[in-house]
Ligand binder design. Sequence first.
Ligand code: KGT
Length: 271
Amino acid sequence: MLAAVAQICSTPRIKDNLHQILKLISTATAKGAKAIFFPEASDFIAENKQQALELVQPLNGEFVSEIKRAAIENKIIVSIGIHEQSSEQTRLFNTHLLINETGAIHLYRKIHLFDLNLPGNVLMESKSTIPGDGYVAPISTTVGRVGLALCYDLRFPEYSRLLQLQGMDILTYPSAFTVPTGKAHWHVLLRARAIETQSYVIAAAQYGQNTATRSTYGHALIVDPWGEIIAECDDLGLQYADIDLDKIKKIKEQMPVLDHRRTDVYSLKLC
Ligand SMILES: O=C(O)CNC(=O)[C@H](CS)NC(=O)CCC(=O)C(=O)O
């Protein structure tokens, strides 16, 4: 099964972002992809918190409705990160939608919020975002069982382990990484998550100058369950890789690390 991973540069202009996304869905479909993965905050990256509150659309608004229509029309699964309204007036959810070929939507709200205080690189996601309070068990799709996460979640192996224990073939991290943290950690963490969970990892990425003050690292990629990078974007657009569920099965048979865990010595609950 062919999967496409997207690298885009979302800006505060939702209509342009949507147009770009719909074009990429058509391109991926023409190539024969059965699933396409878009980054975190694909709907928009705002100049500031106030603008985000103004730009956000309801889940049944134009942005999600158009993507859902494209998923059905093209018979393709779409994974995409968006902002989601809450009943609270001043903060949003950072949400990952998995839309299948029939238009059914699964939704995961980011649980780990990215508050960073590096010299020259300060970001306080918790000021604008409400953390989700649960996980979604991996969703069965035609390309495999898809585990839903987002961006900064990739720094928490407890979380990917939790999804792995629920049965997962593909772990997804739609992202908008900062440039300095991306340079230092992006590839190694994504490969580690693939190796330790023996799953495909698909990490779509924001790339370039999103706003006057925000630029993102890019390097959207797909890692196979052996840890090899099998697709990587170097510019805006799509890259493709084959998702081979037999490969997962073989690796699990050859190296059954899950069976070798010593839960008598450690327990996830104690971590
Ligand atoms: O705010 C939005 O509109 C979109 N969301 C993001 O860009 C989020 C929260 S600021 N970015 C990350 O989680 C980057 C993590 C990261 O860079 C790392 O873990 O090193």
